[in-house]
Design a protein around this ligand. Sequence first.
Ligand code: FES
Length: 457
Amino acid sequence: DNVQKGFAKDSISRYIDLENREVSLAVLHDEAIYEEELHRIFAKSWLMLGHDTEIPNPNDYVVRFMGEDQVIVARSPDGSVHVSLNVCPHRGMHVCISDSGNTRAHKCIYHGWAFRPDGSFIGAPVEREQMHGKIKTKKELGLKQARVHLYGGLIFASFDQNGPSFEESLGEMKFYYDMLFQRTDNGLEVLGPPQRLTIDANWKTAGEQSASDGYHMLTLHQSLLERGVMGGEPNSAHESAPAMYGVNVAGNGHTLRCIPADTTFTMMAGSTTEDMTDAQRLELMPPPGITKELLPQLAKHMSPEQMHVLAKAPPVVGNIFPNVGILFIYVPLRDGSLGSGLVLHTMNPRGPHHFEWSTWFFAENDTSENVKAMMRAACAQGVGTSGVIEQDDSDTWPHMSESARGVVGRTETMKYQAILGQTRAADWPDKAEVYEGFSKDDCQWNWWKNYHAIMTR
Ligand code: FES
């Protein structure tokens, strides 16, 4: 909190015009603001680091980032998951220099201090001779720990020891996220390690897009719509416009676009489900990521209100603030029905002008292996490092950052004035902020309002 305090607050208020809903491009370029983001957002938020099926065995580990801080995500012999700062308390070397592996002891290659998977200090070479005198106790020499929360197996961590709990940070949006992450007996399974690439852009370019920007579908992804790559029959952008109507939900900077099942079914099959009951519609059109044989599990884990949302307009795309993107990729299954694979992205800053883009594919654990393989293939083709969808998106973000490099360009603003305002149908649950209608800027403005609140707190 001591860093750049007054300056960044003033800058943020200068760059984000709350009244007119405009954000200066300078916010993508300003290095002092970036430094402040590392303190206020990435050192304090709950950040997604992966999934516990990536480290299934005792002593398994992966190395990930929380902002610019590298961490070891490891499973202890007792099964618990720990997130430790990958910085040796001796002289600051990275204790672990592999991306992933399995070890009972992480031994620093510099002078040999060693640490357990839970980060506690084991010992050092020639310990008695080297460490007698004023050296600290073993308890004090462990790796710095982050708080950890497992949510549907997703590993979230925060370095804010006194901040809100994970569930408090989700607020009422947890009602919707549970429909994606906590809905079956055996939960999600990650389909391989994350795919990663570095993009030459500020992390917020992808961050604000992930907050349910539906508008770009019609233009940026037009060629994919025309060729049927986004699922269903080839459509013109005009024919795809019905998918822009739906229910967008938001809270605390988290957002989801809920697209009516009937719209999706009509686009895929050419007929309507309008007169059907929830149960009939779910049978015909299971929610994204759920195959028909898993419907009984869904009913077991979801409340009637959640089942109604899943039948009427299931969440399909969105984000978890600050840096998780969520979407489903549709895949036609061999029985003629429509399946879909869950994709999670993170955008982790690597300086103000670059970010690491990581992508995980998921299936419900109880999905058949055959369908998992089809989901994995469809996700890789769509949103892998060379996926056809992400090539569109990842082309825009560097352009925006480049615009912000120009001293004139950065005086331009991003505009969020296409506001629908809160509207909630009588049968929609009273959870979070709800915007029903044509997808506009409401969700992304919610993202920026949350960003502004954190940066000026
Ligand atoms: Fe790690 Fe010295 S820096 S043991």
